[in-house]
Ligand binder design. Sequence first.
Ligand code: ATP
Ligand code: MG
Ligand code: MG
Ligand code: MG
Length: 475
Amino acid sequence: MYMTSAEIREAFLEFFRTKGHQLVSSSSLVPHDDPTLLFTNAGMNQFKDVFLGKEQRSYVRAASSQRCVRAGGKHNDLENVGYTARHHTFFEMLGNFSFGDYFKKEAINYAWEFLTEVAKLPKERLLVTVYETDDEAFQIWNEQIGVPADRIVRIGDKSPEKKFESDNFWQMGDTGPCGPCTEIFYDHGEHIWGGPPGSPEEDGDRFIEIWNVVFMQFNRQADGTMDPLPNPSVDTGMGLERIAAILQGVHSNYEIDIFQTLIKHAAQIIGTEDLESKSLRVIADHIRSCAFLIADGVMPSNEGRGYVLRRIIRRAVRHGNKLGAKGAFFNRLVPVLANEMGAAFDELKSQIPVIEKVLKVEEEQFARTLDRGLQILDDALVELEGTQIPGELVFKLYDTYGFPADLTADIARERELTIDQEGFDREMEAQRKRAQSASSFDKDYNADLNVQHCSEFVGYDKLNDNTKVVSLFTK
Ligand code: ATP
Ligand code: MG
Ligand code: MG
Ligand code: MG
């Protein structure tokens, strides 16, 4: 059954509204009052204090479509963009939440009912995981829902050496609420590489995780003991773009409606015809995170959140350059994005001119040194011995040409090279010791944008303080 992204968002919220859930708007990408978090990265973030029992609400069930960014901090999918079919820096997480109200049985039933009766997904394509010792969840899936035992995979804790292995035990921190998860996967078919969760090929894109359901069941103490919570809770998250891919009959998230529109316009603006290009996918991804971050008050800068934003913008500009873009192109995607997503997100629609201007200033500034930096890099690569770009060069590109180290690493990866991160860090440290300015890329956005007179930017000064705090946590 074909559904647009907007229809899926609507249908999800409506489904949970009829199940007695309060619909709650997405919160900002800049977490409110939480210096431990770089960006909002899950639907539950805005309910953290409710789960912890520190805050009471007038409802015990909620549902939302939360804008999320995973481009730094604990969850960082920046390096996956352009390489997997399912990861974005910005995505929407559809979620339903129970604050000490319903638990496993209802949560599993709701998820199954939505997927098989509203979205009408074929049951035989679905596969679920449970935490290895969670017999209760296994039984609900097997006996009440009727999922055959061979389609229920028990998953344990992540072993430290396995980077991609899934982990079916969730915890908020070293202490506090925690509990087992159950996840729902969709099988896109055997023509796609990848294996079921728990198998060595699980990080392929054949079996794609669509929905993660967390059962907050215990309270972990500092000494490791786990006390059962008196009122266990539920926190779920489903990627809108992933379910959209299924309902639109495509494999990759980048083939869904929103992304196809962005990709087509980007190709037109840049002047390329290769719609399959990886660089176009990266640009389409990055415009969403950059535009929404600016809409939420983040400004490009040299530290904290602002530096993450600057790094994403520069990566996008570099990919445009690779496709032959002439002049500033990135900011021209803002109206296209607003057209696609403005109806669901007022924050975006109301700030189009500001977002365009910030991006334009930033991309024009970087464009001045990009070509020269790329030339220096190319020249150096001709002479390169081995497969690692020396830290000194990575640092020179950073310091003189404004190439964040991850941008150089992105170029390196395309050529099957790596960067000497330790060498780069040493150079950075040496520079810090010399007490010179961090970079020649400081920019006074107040002067450029006149933001002190602009009511949308009331959080600007405060944000600068926050970003300093955050940078302590993200190193
Ligand atoms: P994966 O294992 O595929 O990286 P995850 O386990 O890290 O996903 P969760 O933290 O469980 O993801 O987030 C809940 C849901 O949000 C996922 O099941 C998925 O549908 C969606 N999601 C997570 N990360 C991304 C992303 N980077 N881009 C798009 N959707 C995502
Ligand atoms: Mg992940
Ligand atoms: Mg996962
Ligand atoms: Mg998950």
